[in-house]
Design a protein around this ligand. Structure first.
Ligand SMILES: Nc1nc2c(ncn2[C@@H]2O[C@H](COP(=O)(O)OP(=O)(O)OP(=O)(O)O)[C@@H](O)[C@H]2O)c(=O)[nH]1
Ligand SMILES: [Mg+2]
Length: 239
């Protein structure tokens, strides 16, 4: 792959993680023309101010501040809509996804339309020891999605996605939270886009707290959205 890369970075209360993430992304993308777009939903911890200060000396960094709106899926979509790159990548900003993997995802687009970081492909690891229940649920939901939608993708809920511009031009993200990812990947595959996986090690968030349901009930509610989405996709598109 050659061409410019836009990284979309959705944040809510990532004050301690965002600057190290931006620094590591800039280092790993040396030699690749890029822009780093942080979409912050008015984080009470002052994430936006950290980004603004950093952006003052780093012209590739842009802040998109949103006030009165919340949501992971809509934040990513907003970043995509404002980006200019020939390819886009999006990821969590809690340092659970190593920024260095972005380089490998970008290079994988040489032979694919979409490249995802995978915890479940051979060589991948889910090492989030901070959220054992979340890890277990993720494994079960992915097994269910593979069974319903096909085994070519092993990590349907990755959230670590790099795609050529034409893919995100054709397919908009739908849903509330993480289930958008199952929806995006299945529709992309069914439309004939080639998806490859890059195994990586997902680690516990570096600082701050998880925004995904931290109570068992909250997790089950969220899990149900993934189950519903997988069933709907199977009915709508087949395997
Ligand atoms: N802009 C924006 N970003 C969000 C919102 N909710 C979560 N995020 C970001 O989405 C990413 C994932 O959130 P996490 O809290 O790590 O949740 P998770 O990775 O699904 O769950 P864990 O495995 O528990 O960490 C992080 O970069 C968050 O800052 C939101 O409402 N708006
Ligand atoms: Mg996380």
């Amino acid at each position: 792959m050659s061409g410019t890369l836009s990284a979309i970075l959705p944040t809510f209360d990532e004050r301690e993680n965002i600057v190290p993430l931006l620094e590591r992304l800039a280092a790993t993308l040396a030699g690749v023309p890029h822009e780093l777009i942080v979409v912050d939903d008015d984080s009470p911890d002052g994430t936006a101010a950290m980004v603004e200060r950093f952006a003052a000396t780093h012209p590739a960094v842009h802040l998109v501040p949103r006030v009165g709106v919340r949501g992971l899926r809509s934040a990513i979509q907003e970043g995509i809509d404002r980006s200019q790159g020939d390819a886009v990548v999006w990821m969590d900003c809690d340092l659970s996804m190593p920024p260095e993997v972005v380089r490998a995802l970008y290079e994988a687009l040489g032979a694919a339309d979409v490249a995802i970081g995978s915890r479940y492909a051979p060589g991948g690891v889910d090492a989030r020891s901070d959220v054992p229940l979340h890890r277990l649920l993720s494994r079960a939901l992915n097994a269910f999605a593979r069974w319903l939608l096909g085994p070519d993708v092993t990590d349907y809920t990755t959230g670590f996605v790099c795609a050529r511009r034409r893919v995100v031009r054709e397919i908009r993200l739908r849903g509330e939270y993480g289930e958008y990812c199952v929806d995006f990947l299945h529709r992309a595959r069914k439309r004939g886009f080639r998806i490859v996986e890059v195994p990586y090690r997902n680690t516990p968030r570096a600082h701050g707290v998880s925004k995904t349901g931290t109570t068992a009930l909250g997790l089950l509610r969220r899990g149900w959205q993934y189950v519903r989405t997988s069933i709907r996709l199977r009915l709508e598109w087949g395997r």
